[in-house]
Design a protein around this ligand. Sequence first.
Ligand code: 13P
Length: 253
Amino acid sequence: MKKFLIAGNWKMNKTTQESEAFVRELKAKVKSNPEDVAVLVPFVDLHAVKNTLEGSGIKFGAQNVHFEPAGAFTGEVSVPMLKEIGVDYCVIGHSERREYFNETDETVNKKLKALLAADITPILCVGESLEIREKGEEQSFVGGQLVADFEGISAIDAAKIVIAYEPIWAIGTGKTATPEQAEDMCAFIRGVISGIYDQATGDAMLILYGGSMNAGNAKELLEKPDINGGLIGGASLKTEDFSIIAEAAASLK
Ligand code: 13P
């Protein structure tokens, strides 16, 4: 049976009150396979989201973390802090963090290791810019990101990571990658992981597509053999659209 994860990345949206109202509605709308659904929310919403999700089976997580366990890092949040709340997931290396907050493959690698040591599942984002795609260099670019991001991570730990392929040109632009483009890159990523580790690790890897996935286009993307779900921004902010995407995945299991 194919494995799926439908994860909503809220980015910097929803106050605590808004998050509670949203999650209450979402619980009622997600009818099948709630354990395949996750919301990735601002730090300040984590407690409320956890309490409101209670008993639903739907998972939750954060959007970033610092790699040091504690210290003089004003404004940052540590892995032990997330662990105590009980998050299931944490997004790492989103292109917005790489672009606006100087996230590098080196810090991504440190964050992956810190999360894995605490048994929190990282959702690692990779993906190329439009400029790189137009030069036809998307595979070498994303391959390079993966090699650097997985540096020094064992096969056992690597298997716990979820990868999200998010072409930057498709994020928030309404310009989705075609199912074929998304499938090609997700299959390529699976091949890179098989090359670094072994075939079994590559085959078992959960690989998501992200970039303007919505209620209308989700099914044809999710039908592709190497796409195990979606990391969804805009369309994850409405319970109606997000639950339609979740049901599309459930129907393909
Ligand atoms: P959109 O779905 O809004 O394009 O955002 C995708 C994304 O960046 C999810 O992490």
